[in-house]
Write a protein of this length. Structure first.
Length: 297
C-alpha cells in the first residue's frame, strides 16, 4: 500500500452520536489520498464499532487506537501524530465535518503560497448540526502578529488546519494545558518560523456545544490563564496585554469563588501574586478571603 498524502487525525471522546457523519465527510473529499487515524480517548460507547464498520467500506487505511481511560485531547492528538505517515497532517474532531473540497483546497493553497500550514475558514453549527454562522474567515495578518492576536481571540480552529508534516516533526500539543492547547501550538508554529497561508474559503464545519468547557465561567478563565502564564516574558507576544489579561482572568476566578470556594480563590491569588504583587484588587480579595476563612472557624 502506498504512503498516504494526508494523515487525518481524529481524537474521539463519547463520539458515538457524531462520528459517522464526520467519517462520511472524509469519504466525500475530492482529494482521495488520505488515511484516517482515530484515538478513542476512553471507551464509553459504540464509537469503535462505527469506525470499524466504516473501515470495511473503504480502500483507504483507517487505524483505530484506544485509551482505556480518558487522558485528554492533547495526549490523543500527540499519540496520533507519532503514528501519522502522511506528507500532510489534517486535524478533525469527531463531531465536526469538512466540505468535500477541504483537503484539495488546502493542498493547492499551500503549494500556491509556498506555505507550511493553512489557516482555514469555518462555519458554526449548533449541537444539532444546524448552521448558525457561515463564512467566518481568518484575518490575513502578518505572522509576527499572530501570537498576540490569538491571545486576544482564538480565530484558528483546529479542524481548519492542514500542515506539512515537517511542521510537526518536533512540535506537539502541550498536555499540561486543558484549554488553549491548540492556540499554544499555533503560536509555536509561528515562533519556529513556519509560514502560514490564510484561506478565503470556509470549508470546515465546527459544531459548538452549549456544555463545552469554554462555557464554564469559572473553569475557562482558571485554565485558559495558564496559556498566558506560559508566555509571560516571551517577546513573541505583547507583554502588556499578556499580563493584563492574565490578571483579569485570575481576578475573575477569585471574584466568583471567594465566598463558596475560598481554597480555589486562594490558589488563583497565589498564581497572580507570582507575577504581580502590586494589584490593589488582588490584595482586597486576599483580605476578603482571609476574613471569610477566619470567621468560618
Amino acid at each position: 500500500m502506498s504512503e498516504p498524502v494526508v494523515s487525518i487525525l481524529i481524537p474521539a471522546y463519547r463520539a458515538g452520536s457524531f462520528i459517522a457523519e464526520t467519517l462520511q465527510s472524509i469519504r466525500a473529499q475530492t482529494h482521495a489520498g488520505w488515511e484516517i487515524l482515530v484515538c478513542e480517548d476512553g471507551i464509553f460507547d459504540d464509537t469503535a464499532a462505527q469506525i470499524n464498520a466504516f473501515a470495511a467500506t473503504t480502500a483507504n487505511l483507517v487505524r483505530l487506537f484506544q485509551n482505556q481511560t480518558n487522558q485528554g485531547v492533547s495526549h490523543a492528538r500527540n499519540r496520533l501524530l507519532d503514528e501519522a505517515r502522511g506528507t500532510y497532517i489534517a486535524f478533525l474532531d469527531a463531531d465536526d465535518t469538512w466540505a468535500p473540497e477541504h483537503l484539495a483546497h488546502a493542498l493547492q493553497l499551500l503549494d500556491q503560497e509556498r506555505a507550511d500550514w493553512m489557516i482555514g475558514g469555518y462555519n458554526l453549527l449548533n449541537s444539532t448540526g444546524h448552521l448558525t454562522h457561515a463564512g467566518i474567515l481568518p484575518p490575513p495578518i502578518p505572522p509576527e502578529k499572530i501570537p498576540t492576536a490569538l491571545l486576544q481571540h482564538n480565530f484558528i480552529l483546529t479542524g481548519s488546519i492542514v500542515a506539512r508534516s515537517v511542521v510537526l516533526e518536533n512540535l506537539r500539543f502541550d498536555p499540561t494545558l486543558k484549554i488553549g492547547e491548540d492556540l499554544d501550538l499555533w503560536i509555536r508554529f509561528v515562533k519556529a518560523g513556519f509560514k502560514p497561508a490564510f484561506s478565503s474559503q470556509a470549508t470546515f464545519n465546527y459544531r459548538k456545544h452549549p456544555t463545552s468547557t469554554t462555557g464554564n465561567t469559572i473553569t475557562f478563565p482558571e485554565e485558559f490563564s495558564r496559556v498566558f502564564e506560559k508566555y509571560l516574558g516571551d517577546p513573541a507576544v505583547d507583554q502588556t496585554l499578556c499580563r493584563r489579561s492574565l490578571e483579569n482572568m485570575l481576578l475573575n476566578v477569585v471574584r466568583m469563588t471567594w465566598r463558596q470556594q475560598p481554597a480555589r480563590a486562594r490558589a488563583a491569588l497565589a498564581r497572580l501574586f507570582r507575577f504581580n504583587r502590586s494589584s490593589l484588587r488582588a490584595w482586597t480579595y486576599r483580605f476578603l478571603v482571609f476574613s471569610r476563612s477566619l470567621f468560618s472557624l
